[in-house]
Design a protein. Structure first.
Length: 521
């Protein structure tokens, strides 16, 4: 028995593997593998354009520096009567005593790297320093806010479980988000847009809540509202403004069930430094109420009964299980450095996506059938071989999309249609070379060998240059352009394989060594 040629084994193996990878897209019961991901334009979903409030990110940075500055001035024994914010990027510092003026001037130059002294003014025995964010540091802080917001949102969406989301920066302060297949759009918007600034603050029990509501809170205090338990209106709570512990020390957040009331709550865990701070805070304020605040909303304000070690706490409230899960997701992913606002929102319905798929498949089928008919009419038997290689080519593109979990978009379908033309174009070059060889009287076997040998370099040149263009499109393109580049790249690689390997093997098995003297081409 004659052994099966190893080249034929490779081709049959590639076809079999490709069929196995593509099969779940058409029937998920056939094989437990992932389907080809469909883009927003094919399966429907959500399109959001977010604007990051970068000025707020700068203001948050300024607030942090003000808090640190007060502590540093006490440590350096530089007397001051005021450290306050003038604007989101300016700080006013009022230094007491002539001998402290020079000290503060040197301290600011050596330690406040983000700020420069923009103005000074004498006020009796005090000197007022106006510190202003340096332009270079201001732009860097804004850029970092965008980058951090991008990564935070990406982390939240990954945990939310959306396959193949498209999240990228747009312009200077915007983020574009496309979520294919998303159905609960409101939940997605809440998850993405929640700032998730977590803080622990003491309840101000020394001053009157009624007076604060009537006349406004005293300096150093603020009124926030507590989440209602089991319905009802929100309850005002008077808090000390100073944040004792923030969410930056958070390492984990999980949903748990309260065994007593059978209600979900979020269990949080701090890192080592956060655990030490939490233990110190609870130890110093026993029998006082410590409020857990998330995005300026009080979730709970329990009384500290004892020092709490271990770095664990609970966020309770009238949560549904879904709300508790989403809260845990945003806490794990981290807080946004600044609020984000939705400036553009579009929802693509599944019916529109289905219509796009139908039209795309029809155009691909019509184009493919016309190419197949042309090849059979113009090249006869050789045209059938090219058509067979074309079917293998399309199958391999589908397998590539499945194995790399790339997203198929409407422009991606256009890339496949373009590939159909490029695939037979390689065969046309080979067949015309074979025709030339046959015209000068070369044998069928020699004409086939020379046709493939002489056309190979031309085919490689043409396809490699197109491949370079496709890679550039993928690297620097966005959205639809990337979708086109993905299928074009896969199509070029599979076209090279089918034209130079699959077609040649079919010719070898039909003509070379078979004694066939007639080639219909």
């Amino acid at each position: 028995m004659r052994p099966i040629p190893w080249k034929l084994v490779i081709v049959l193996g590639v076809i079999a593997i490709s069929a196995v990878l593509v099969a779940p897209t058409f029937n998920s019961k056939l094989w437990p593998y992932k389907k080809i991901n469909l883009g927003l334009d094919l399966q429907g979903g959500m399109h959001l354009m977010l604007q990051v409030d970068t000025d707020k990110a700068v203001e948050n940075k300024t607030d942090t520096i003000i808090t640190d500055l007060r502590s540093s001035l006490k440590k350096e024994r530089i007397r001051y009567s005021l450290v306050s914010k003038k604007s989101f990027k300016e700080i006013i510092v009022k230094i007491k005593g002539v001998n402290n003026f020079g000290k503060f001037n040197n301290f600011a130059k050596n330690n406040l790297n983000n700020f420069s002294i923009a103005d000074t003014k004498l006020d009796g025995d005090k000197k007022i320093f106006t510190l202003k964010f340096k332009d270079k540091n201001l732009q860097y802080t804004k850029k970092m806010a965008i980058d951090q917001a991008l990564e935070t949102i990406r982390g939240r969406i990954d945990q939310f479980g959306v396959s193949e989301p498209d999240i990228r920066k747009q312009g200077e302060d915007r983020i574009l988000i496309e979520l294919p297949g998303i159905k609960d759009t409101e939940r997605a918007k809440n998850l993405i847009g929640k700032t998730a600034q977590l803080s622990f603050k003491l309840v101000d029990d020394k001053h009157s809540l009624e007076d604060a509501l009537k006349n406004g809170p005293l300096p150093g205090s603020e009124v926030l509202y507590e989440m209602p338990k089991g319905g009802g209106s929100k309850t005002p709570v008077l808090l000390k403004k100073r944040t004792l512990l923030s969410g930056e020390y958070l390492t984990d957040a999980r949903v748990s069930i309260d065994s007593q009331y059978n209600r979900p709550y979020v269990s949080i865990e701090f890192n080592k430094k956060g655990a030490r701070l939490f233990e110190k805070i609870t130890g110093q304020h026993i029998h006082k109420r410590l409020a857990i605040v998330l995005d300026n909303q009080v979730y709970s304000a329990p009384v500290i009964q004892d020092r709490i070690a271990g770095g664990r706490a609970q966020i309770t409230g009238s949560f549904t299980m879904e709300e508790a899960r989403d809260l845990a997701i945003v806490l794990r992913a981290g807080a946004l450095p600044a609020p984000v606002n939705i400036v553009e929102e579009r929802t693509v319905g599944p019916t529109l996506g289905a219509d796009s798929i139908r039209k795309g498949l029809i155009s691909m089928a019509v184009g493919g059938v016309l190419v197949i008919i042309f090849m059979v009419i113009y090249y006869s038997m050789a045209g059938l071989i090219a058509d067979l290689a074309l079917v293998v080519n399309i199958l391999m593109i589908g397998a590539g999309l499945a194995i790399f979990q790339a997203t198929l978009t409407l422009p991606g379908i256009a890339g496949i249609i373009l590939t159909i033309g490029m695939a037979v174009d390689a065969n046309v070059l080979i067949y015309e070379r074979i025709r030339e060889e046959l015209r000068i009287g070369v044998s069928v076997v020699k004409a086939i060998e020379n046709g493939f040998a002489q056309a190979t370099l031309t085919i490689l040149d043409a396809n490699v240059t197109t491949l370079i263009a496709a890679i550039v499109l993928f690297q620097f393109g966005t959205g639809p352009v990337k979708g086109f580049a993905v299928t074009l790249t896969l199509g070029i690689l599979s076209s090279l394989f089918t034209a130079l390997f699959v077609s040649k093997i079919i010719f070898e098995n039909l003509y070379i060594g078979k004694g066939n003297k007639k080639l219909y081409i």
